[in-house]
Ligand binder design. Structure first.
Ligand code: HEC
Length: 170
């Protein structure tokens, strides 16, 4: 019985020397191994939880890249235009907008700022500020952006992923 038990726990039973007279030793080995087995599982669970937390906290930059470049198209306004389309060398580096409204729009802003992590915006707001802005549509002092910047109210994980991507841009 001990032998079966000990096999199911993955111990090497040959070493536990089960049998007449050896049972005591085998039982002690199993008993002694139990707390260690439990500790090991606890540590493993803790590690998994910590990893999950880190991944959540850091945001998923490749998903963020997709959301920024393919879904929200931030580059249409924040990347300068080159002769053959958006300037790949100055991706999201900020620019004067290449368009304007047909009718006057109150509060219209014709400059879209640099969104890369080396720009003044990141230095002032930090990653938390950028995330919050994308989540709430409000800057760190509680103001909404002027048009045509959309006041996005994204889910926390989307905002986190997008900020993680922007952070990779220099
Ligand atoms: C339709 C054009 C347009 C699009 C699309 C756009 N932006 Fe903007 N964005 C602007 C303009 C213009 C401003 C300047 C607004 C102002 O000065 O109030 C701006 C400002 C910002 C600011 C600074 C806001 C502030 O209050 O200073 C951030 C951050 C920002 N955009 C991030 C993004 C991100 C991230 C995306 C994509 C998810 C995006 N923008 C998409 C035009 C755009």
């Amino acid at each position: 019985m001990y032998a079966r038990f000990c096999h199911s726990r993955g111990f090497n039973c040959a070493q536990t020397n089960l049998g007449t007279g050896g049972e005591k030793y085998g039982l002690e080995t199993i008993r002694a191994s139990f707390p260690r087995y439990g500790d090991c599982m606890r540590i493993r669970c803790l590690c998994l939880l910590l990893t999950a937390q880190l991944v959540l906290a850091a945001g998923n930059a490749s998903r963020g890249k997709y959301l920024v470049n393919e879904v929200a198209k931030c580059g249409d306004c924040h990347t300068p235009v080159a002769s053959n389309g958006l300037d790949q060398q100055k991706w999201l580096k900020g620019t004067a907008l290449p368009f304007q409204p047909l009718q006057p729009v109150p509060g219209w802003s014709s400059m879209a700022p640099d969104l890369t992590s080396t720009g003044p915006l990141w230095r002032g707001w930090g990653e938390v500020g950028i995330r919050k802005f994308l989540e709430t549509g409000l800057d760190p002092s509680g103001h909404a952006p002027g048009p045509p910047m959309p006041a996005y109210k994204l889910r926390a994980n989307d905002a986190g992923d997008m900020a993680a991507y922007l952070k990779t841009l220099k």
